[in-house]
Design a binder for this molecule. Structure first.
Ligand code: NAD
Length: 378
């Protein structure tokens, strides 16, 4: 059983899919691990660390040669996988609904044509036993933290209230929109920095969580027949009536905020638009908005992926791939997600992982030269 760890090639991607810690654990399971030279460099893991954990270091072709499992953070360019073993597994964040060069349906077709079994780690079902394998949670958590630090960096004022001999500095008012994994961490981080925090979501279950973190819930009162929670704990698309009520509530609240962090996503659909240009104009100059959903279409009007733009004196931060901005920790958690996944299914006698149907069917995109995943076929 040979596991290959590839150097990421996507623009701006600094993470790596294995660390010396997980290499050591794979070796202890009985696997042979081959790491492409320099794979961990941008996440501060050097080749020597992988080598002393038991990996061989070599070129991409050497790592891929005879590999049974190929690990990645993002899906590798199919052209760079030529010669890969038929039936080899490719486990990474494959972004099959994405657009552009690092995802999308066409790329899944190419993986099928190569004869690999492509496993989309972001399709991991939201069940208790898979929590430790969930790359969306581990990466969102860090992104929520980093979003607050990015906001603090752009903000020309302080977060905590400070009483000084020269007078008092008032606490920043931070509003978090979308209280999933990233939003909860954003609330906790802003609280730790001493801000006055409020938050909103369409799932009413989040109210308790907001309160338990010491923040104030801002919620639309019940509109008949609305419950924002769909399958797997994810949000559903809301009615026009709800959206109008939410926009009105947000408008009055947002005008009084210094920092807004938006994290709202709806799986398989463009991100919901939560903040309009008029609402941005109502904020005081110097305020900062961070749009964590910018790569999925954006929650904020005028946000630009990969840029910090200024509108009406308000900075709108649209960094791409925010987890990669904390490459070392993000890699450590991503790598553990992959290890937890493969080791949970490791069959000692066969010396390889054997997936069960519940998880295998959810994450397997291609097999035997064809697309086999319901979410792509349906
Ligand atoms: P997500 O990234 O899909 O979305 C972020 C948040 O945006 C969600 O809370 C969503 O409700 C909210 N949102 C969507 N539309 C909105 C709108 N119009 N206005 C305001 N908010 C809006 O969510 P997530 O971080 O993946 O978490 C969703 C839920 O799944 C959470 O309850 C989380 O705890 C749960 N979860 C469970 C597991 C597991 O059991 N293995 C793993 C991860 C997450």
């Amino acid at each position: 059983m040979k596991i290959a760890v590839l150097k990421e090639t996507a623009a701006g991607e600094r993470r790596v899919s294995a660390t010396p810690e997980t290499v050591k654990k794979f070796v202890a399971l009985g696997a042979q691990v081959a790491v492409e030279a320099g794979a961990g460099a941008s996440a501060s893991f050097d080749d020597a660390g992988y080598a002393s954990a038991g990996a061989s270091i070599g070129s991409r072709a050497e790592a891929l040669n005879g590999a049974d499992i190929v690990l990645g953070v993002q899906g590798p360019d199919p052209a760079s996988l030529n010669g890969i073993k038929q039936g080899a597994w490719l486990a990474a964040g494959l972004n099959p609904f994405g657009a552009g060069e690092n995802g999308g349906r066409a790329r899944v077709d190419e993986y099928a044509a190569l004869g690999v079994e492509a496993l989309a780690m972001e399709f991991m079902p939201r069940i208790t036993r898979a929590q430790s394998m969930d790359i969306l949670s581990s990466q969102s958590n860090l992104a929520g933290y980093k979003a607050v630090l990015d906001a603090a960096g752009e903000y020309g004022r302080a977060f905590p209230m400070m009483m000084t001999a020269a007078g008092t500095v008032s606490a920043a008012k931070v509003f978090v929109m979308g209280v999933g994994v990233a939003g909860l961490q954003a609330i906790a981080t802003a609280r730790r920095l001493g801000a006055q925090v409020s938050a909103t979501d369409v799932r009413s279950a989040t109210k308790e969580q907001i309160l338990s973190l010491g923040a104030k819930p801002i919620f639309v009162e019940k509109v008949a027949g609305i419950e924002g929670e769909g399958s797997g704990g994810y949000a559903t698309e809301m009615s026009d009536e709800y959206k109008a009520a939410q926009a009105e509530l947000v408008s009055s609240h947002i005008a009084k905020q210094d920092i807004v962090i938006t994290t709202a996503l709806i799986p398989g659909r463009p991100a919901p638009r939560l903040i309009s240009d008029a609402q941005i104009a109502s904020m005081r100059p110097g305020s900062v908005i961070v749009d964590l959903a910018v790569e999925s279409g954006g929650n904020v009007e005028g946000a630009v992926a990969g840029e910090v733009v200024e509108k009406h004196g308000v900075k709108i931060v649209g960094h791409r791939n925010v987890a990669s901005r904390l490459a070392s920790d993000a890699s450590a958690l991503f790598a553990r997600n992959l290890y937890n996944f493969l080791s949970a299914f490791w069959d000692k006698e066969a010396n390889k992982p054997v997936l069960d149907a519940e998880i295998g069917d959810a994450i397997r995109l291609t097999q035997g030269g064809k697309i086999v995943n319901e979410r792509l076929l349906g």
